[in-house]
Design a protein around this ligand. Structure first.
Ligand code: PHB
Length: 250
């Protein structure tokens, strides 16, 4: 792909434009996009027009721009996330029917836990996870499971960098975190009481495909809730999802 005078490829610039959008900034003017993407205004305007032409961005009557439905369509089609969500959803619904709180499905993505799906009860405790949102590996229950079963290299990289405290209960000491990760590998479960929010407890288990951990399934409960019932439901659901994932694709 052709490079600009700054040495950045067109693909990198397009990625920067798309990444200026998030849940709080779903509609922007091309000038706002240029500023947030750190691109010259003329470049941003030209690329935005081209992206509108392909349907990857949509432009409204006022000239404001949002992510196009076509972008969602191509991103879903054939993606690893779609197969995983489809395999997981029936089991997540079963957990949800019995544990009327939040149920989440997460994968490891660029050193963070990325949430692909979430089911919530209207009266459930506070929960800061968002679909397509991320949480730090060392702080969230899903992240801890993903980190425990990640490659040694990634685990060592995370243990070597600063581990910010999200709450007073987040494990920030590398030695303690190493012990916690070893326990998670042994027991196949983590109960993270107050690590992300003081009011809640995350409980997470690994989901395996052909024996390899590829995702985490978690529930977020009120901090002092008993966890045994949720643990049992999560384990049962994770085993069901793994069975589905190991079936030959249609
Ligand atoms: C967790 O996974 O530990 C977790 C996530 C979101 C919350 C609380 C806990 O709001």
């Amino acid at each position: 792909m052709a490079n600009s005078s700054s040495g950045e490829s067109v693909a990198e610039r397009i990625a920067r434009i798309l990444e200026t959008f998030d849940a709080e900034r779903s509609v922007q003017t091309p000038s706002e996009i240029a500023r947030r993407a750190g691109l010259p205004s003329s470049t941003a305007h030209r690329l935005v027009t081209e992206l509108v032409g392909t349907g990857l961005l949509d432009r409204d009557a006022d000239g404001r721009v949002r992510l196009g439905m076509h972008l969602w369509e191509v991103a879903q089609r054939g993606s690893r996330a779609l197969r995983l969500r489809e395999a997981a959803l029936p089991f997540m619904e079963l957990v949800h029917a019995r544990v009327r709180e939040h149920i989440q499905l997460a994968v490891l993505e660029q050193g963070e836990a990325l949430f692909l799906e979430r089911l919530s009860d209207a009266r459930a405790v506070s929960n800061i996870t968002r679909i397509a949102g991320r949480l730090p590996l060392h702080a969230s229950s899903s992240g801890l499971v993903l980190l425990a079963f990640a490659d040694d290299e990634l685990r060592e990289r995370v243990l070597a960098r600063p581990l910010p405290a999200v709450t007073a209960d987040t494990v920030t000491d590398p030695g303690r975190l190493r012990e916690l990760l070893a326990r998670i590998r042994q027991e196949g479960i983590v109960v993270a009481r107050g690590f992300v929010e003081p009011v809640s407890t995350g409980v997470a288990v690994p989901i395996r495909q052909r024996g390899r951990v590829i995702a985490a399934l978690s529930v977020v409960l009120p901090r002092e809730s008993p966890t045994a019932g949720a643990v049992e439901e999560l384990r049962r659901a994770a085993a069901g999802i793994s069975r589905r994932l190991d079936e030959p694709a249609e």
